[in-house]
Design a protein around this ligand. Sequence first.
Ligand code: 3PY
Ligand code: MG
Length: 257
Amino acid sequence: MNLKQRLKNGEAVHGCWLNTGSPLTAEIVGLSGFDWVLIDLEHGAGSEAVLMPVLQALEHTGVSPIVRVESAEGPRIHRVLDMGAKGVMCPKIATPEDAVRLAKGLHYPPFGTRGVAKMVRATGFGKDFQSYYDSSRDNILGIAQIETTSILNHLDSVAQTDGIDVLFIGPADLSMELGIFGQFDHPLFTDAMRETINAAQKAQKAVGILFFNPEDYGRYYNMGIRFLACGSDATFVADGARRLSSQLNQFRSNPGL
Ligand code: 3PY
Ligand code: MG
């Protein structure tokens, strides 16, 4: 069952960020049991040029590749879908019109504005064009980031936008805009989360969030968040390397431990 259907069924789906732009790291993470990965072209080190090899590396792992583009401009969205992304996340959705632009960019006419090219990786280079076209409305996941204060006044409108499947809270940007950077227990932040979840639930849409401490899983799950991202390839490497080197340093100061 695809990610979109699993979310519709209310299942929790687990992902993480890929922000190193490395096909090899993507492959390692893809084989480790996550349901989806987010290839980050907003803040990540990779560019559209390395997206193709990253997607190729992920192909045999079974994980669903989602790409975060820099903005809801059509060309950004079409290119990553043509390369084979199964969903698109757009940062800093600030107005209801931004959400509509994102949703339309994800889909072919008559619903949307996506340009049609048969000879692209997403369609098996033309071989699977018809089935890709027929199923794309059921398969492609549209994810609007809730991380500006202006969008907090339009949550119902974003949630009700056809083609937006997930309202994804960006904790860093949202807390920064609220003037409480990093304070995820602050009432301003928890109120914004609750309002996002309420709007999404009314429209039968999912909510997502990124966190770095797996101990926070229960808190977010119990609030109703089901599109759960924990950590990134960069933090996995950094955490493992720092833990190991600090153990080695302890042994150096006391080799007989
Ligand atoms: C943020 O925290 O601002 C993000 O965009 C990632 O979740
Ligand atoms: Mg952000």
